[in-house]
Design a protein around this ligand. Sequence first.
Ligand code: GDP
Length: 526
Amino acid sequence: MSKFAAEVDSRRTFAIISHPDAGKTTITEKLLLFGNAIQVAGTVKGKKGTRMATSDWMAMEQQRGISITTSVMQFPYNGRTVNLLDTPGHEDFSEDTYRVLTAVDSALMVIDGAKGVEDRTIKLMEVCRLRDTPIFTFVNKMDREVRDQIEVMDEIEDILKIQCAPITWPIGMGKAFKGIYNLYTDTIHVFEPGKGLTIPDDVRVEGLESDEAKTLLGDLYDDFVEEIELVRGASHEFDLDAYQQGLMTPVFFGTALSNFGVREMLNDFVEWAPKPLSRNTETREVDPHEEGLSGFIFKIQANMDPKHRDRIAFMRICSGRYTRGMKMKHVRIGKDVKIADAVTFLAGDRSNVEEAVSGDIIGLHNHGTIQIGDTFTEGEDLKFSGIPHFAPELFRRVRLADPLKMKQLQKGLQQLCEEGATQLFMPTKNNDLIVGAVGVLQFDVVAQRLKDEYKVECIYEPVNVFTARWIDCDDDRKLEEFKRKAGDNLSVDGGGHLTYLASTRVNLAMMEERWPDISFRSTREH
Ligand code: GDP
């Protein structure tokens, strides 16, 4: 294998999916600790544990770089190069969160052992399903009084429709938590509390049958042996192919806060998680080992500081190698651009990237010419597919404080929506402007930026829209009839596509039933 191919194959590019408070930030800190990326865990985010108010968030964005540099974290581990892409949680949840999942090769699902499967996880899993993304599972907070873990495993199987293959299993929980047992290596990893800020010693007891194991488990021993039999009977045996096809998830247990169980998960992760996968374009499949550079933009990070108008466009490299100062073709506008100063994400070292290969993420400075979904190559006219818009879940009508500024408002909204964190809808029957978002914070961000960058003050009003669906129909006559009959609910989105704005879930279901020839799609590709 060439040196280049080996470099590509060492990449493991993934994101964490979880419900807020399940422990994503905590586990990220521990992963970086194992990657020697930080000296003492606890420096990943500005303020953690507290829910950030909008104003805090904006102030944080203004301290240029904080959220940009934590958007992607690269670290070496066991001879591999791990790229961890952050999926914003809490209020800053946006369409970007969903789209990050199109730029990874696999995901790690973190579940709170006391809570089981929660809403946000269900939604993020739906997005992973679009590409059959392989999923690792870490069930967290074993140091607490958690639920019966067989029940949690059943819940994952039932609700998320994925087979579970426990690799480790917890011994006790809460105050009686003793460690984890690896079902495949017959090894007990012994829990030592209070090692959260350091890499814990790897204390092992080999063999559940051993005297040492019996001593360690004490009163718990007989019950635990029985439980393990039950677990083996009730779960699936791990199958690497099934995992890589997204049909099965290996399950690990531990406590991120005490940094326990994370290493065992990470060790298997870098072995089993897929290396960079091939990607589809509109014309051909691109192999990550191809030498010519290609990549697509999956996220644009706004800079809230009005003094720094540029934004960072995040590019997933799909083939080839980026080197500093190279020329790339911006395919949509058909121009060559010289990229001198892409941003890299090697944690702990934030200098400009010199090189990056397939699987890596680089940040391009964007002065308004780059959009979500754009493809860059070394000359070939390619367009990567599968970078979708997701139907927003929240809608507001935008009104102007000063009606004379309509032009600026339209231009501003259009441009902000092109970045992809929010979407714009223009009803066909009136002059309303409706903004749709996945997370509520996005509305404030749009208002703030309209004010700073376009000098327009806008006011939001509630609007009676439950969701949006993109309309597709092969039969022109049917489509015309639909347009006539459903006109009151139709609008055109920022990209010129026809959308149906449903007022309620019931309304949507009714329309779908009434118009079988029309497809109502919840995603649209760029
Ligand atoms: P995020 O919202 O998913 O990023 O969650 P955080 O990592 O911020 O964790 C949410 C809360 O759970 C914080 O107060 C953490 O300290 C706590 N937490 C995280 N992992 C554990 C764990 O293993 N055990 C316990 N007891 N608490 C945890």
